[in-house]
Each structure stands twice: as structure tokens, then as C-alpha cells.
Design a protein around this ligand. Structure first.
Ligand SMILES: NC(=O)c1ccc[n+]([C@@H]2O[C@H](COP(=O)([O-])OP(=O)(O)OC[C@H]3O[C@@H](n4cnc5c(N)ncnc54)[C@H](O)[C@@H]3O)[C@@H](O)[C@H]2O)c1
Length: 263
């Protein structure tokens, strides 16, 4: 994809499975990447080193703390003199039946997945405002990691679905407000990815596994690498005119299925 060479990319949750896959694709396209993650520093540095590029950097970043987010963007700015692309990828999940959702789990999920994305997107957009517009008048791109369940209820996913649905609306409001400043805002909404959050549940929970297998018309879970391309598209020249929308990469999971009895 064109227009990614030398782009400065910040990825929150960048040490996770999807974050790493996105980082690897950006690096291959010639971009510079900062992985911001809540992992212990040594582990974060190890993840960045495993990408085998002098253009991959780790910085501690806890999206539940405004000062931590600001500090990690300060480090990114010192290192790369600014940011062109921000990917909000930090995420957490706690699936539980609606009647048993605890306030602690609800608040934690919203704090990481929704308010955390606000903190990262705000810090990123403030930096992007300092960028000179490119030839297509773009100053920067903010890309949220949503989920197909931001629009489709998933059983026992009350807090997670609500957090991702809220994030999608936040993206739309941001897109509207920041368009005049040349900042595009979009969501990439993966389906069920055999990675990170879902992989652990898929491998350990037979009910989830059966539901997941029945849900995807393409008949298999997605890989982290298969999701990554959508992020690059939105950050590339081809994505310059795309703002305020969601790219769903879900193998058709959002299609309502009425043929399950024949399977
Ligand atoms: N795996 C899936 O099926 C799937 C599907 C749709 C959307 N997603 C979304 O993709 C994103 C990445 O998920 P993943 O599957 O790669 O999981 P993952 O667990 O591998 O990655 C999540 C990363 O977020 C980091 N993180 C958690 N809390 C944080 C905090 N407070 N501050 C900073 N970083 C924090 C974790 O350390 C981890 O590196 C999440 O937003 C998730 O909701 C995943």
C-alpha cells in the first residue's frame, strides 16, 4: 500500500497479538512504530526487539491513566518528532451473563476499551494538529480497533459489546469534528480472531468454541495478520478520503444466519 513509508505510527496495546501483527505490517511498509503497552518494560522491549527493526520502539503506556498516555506520546514525539497514525488497540474482555455482570468488570472494561481509546485518540489528535497537511490535506489518521460485536449482541458480552459500541460513536463524533483539520478517524472491526483475547477463551471454553464455529459463514476464525491489512489501508494514500466509518473484517459473522439447522 502506498504512502506509508516513514509514517510515524503509535499503537496502544501494541504488544498484543493483533497490535504486533499490525506493527509488523506497518514496518514492512517502511513506517516507524511505537508500541505502547501496559506490559512490564523488559517484556515490552523484548516484544519490540522481536520485530527485528530499528524502527520499532516500546514505551510503557497504561491507557487507564491520562498521565501515562501523555508520557508515552511525549516519548514518541521525542523519538520520531511527531505522530501520523494512531491505532487504539489496547483491549480487555470479561464475558459474563447479564444478571451477573459486576460493576468492577463493567468499569474496568469501559475504562480500558472506551475511555482508554478516548485518552489515546485525544493525545494523538493533539499531536497531529501540529503536522503540516500532506498533499491531500491530511494531518493524521486515528484508527480504533472495534469488534463486529459493537453492532451485534454476543451472549454474555454486555460490557464488551457496550464498550465497543460506545467507541464506534466516539469515532463518528471525532471524525466529524476533526475532518476540517485533516484528521481521519475510523474503526477496524475484526470478527473472531484466533489471537489474544478470543484465542484464550476459544481454547478453554467449549460453549464459546461451539458458538464461534457456528457463527462464521466463512467457516474459520480470522488470523491477526488477516485483520492487519485494513489498518494499513486506512492509513495509506488510498484511505485518505475515508473517514467516520467502520471496516468490518468478520468472515460474514455479522450476517444473520437462518440456515443453522442444516449444519
Ligand atoms: N481477538 C479477537 O477475537 C478480537 C476480535 C475483535 C476485536 N479485538 C480487539 O483487538 C484488540 C487487541 O486484542 P487481541 O486479541 O490482540 O488481545 P491481546 O490480549 O493479545 O492484546 C491486547 C493488548 O492490550 C494490552 N492492554 C490491556 N490493558 C491495557 C492498558 N490498560 N493499557 C495499555 N495496554 C493494555 C495488553 O497488554 C495486550 O498487549 C482489542 O481491542 C480487542 O478488543 C479482538
Amino acid at each position: 500500500m502506498n504512502g506509508l513509508a516513514d509514517k510515524r505510527v503509535f499503537i496502544s496495546g501494541g504488544c498484543g497479538d493483533i497490535g504486533r501483527a499490525v506493527a509488523a505490517r506497518f514496518l514492512t511498509a517502511g513506517a516507524k512504530v511505537v508500541l505502547g503497552d501496559v506490559l512490564q518494560s523488559e517484556e515490552g522491549v523484548r516484544v519490540a526487539e522481536a520485530l527485528h527493526s530499528s524502527h520499532a520502539l516500546y514505551t510503557p503506556c497504561d491507557v487507564t491513566s491520562a498521565s501515562s498516555v501523555e508520557n508515552s506520546f511525549r516519548i514518541a514525539e521525542e523519538e520520531w518528532k511527531g505522530i501520523d497514525v494512531a491505532v487504539c488497540c489496547a483491549g480487555t474482555v470479561a464475558n459474563e451473563p447479564f444478571l451477573q455482570i459486576t460493576e468492577a468488570h463493567w468499569e474496568r472494561t469501559l475504562n480500558v476499551n472506551l475511555t482508554g481509546s478516548l485518552r489515546v485518540a485525544q493525545a494523538a489528535a493533539r499531536l497531529m494538529m501540529k503536522n503540516a497537511p500532506d498533499e491531500r490535506k491530511r494531518r493524521g489518521a486515528v484508527i480504533f480497533t472495534g469488534s463486529w460485536v459493537q453492532s451485534m449482541p454476543w451472549p454474555e458480552g454486555g460490557s464488551y459489546c457496550a464498550s465497543k459500541a460506545g467507541q464506534e460513536m466516539l469515532m463518528k463524533v471525532m471524525a466529524q469534528e476533526l475532518a476540517p483539520h485533516g484528521i481521519t478517524c475510523n474503526v477496524v472491526a475484526p470478527g473472531i480472531v484466533y489471537a489474544g483475547l478470543s484465542r484464550a477463551i476459544y481454547d478453554s471454553d467449549a460453549v464459546f468454541r461451539q458458538r464461534a464455529n457456528q457463527t462464521i459463514p466463512l467457516g474459520r476464525l480470522c488470523s491477526a495478520e488477516e485483520v492487519a491489512g485494513a489498518f494499513l489501508y486506512l492509513a495509506s494514500i488510498d484511505g485518505t478520503y475515508v473517514t467516520g466509518t467502520t471496516i468490518v473484517v468478520d468472515g460474514g459473522a455479522s450476517l444473520v444466519r437462518r440456515d443453522l439447522s442444516s449444519h
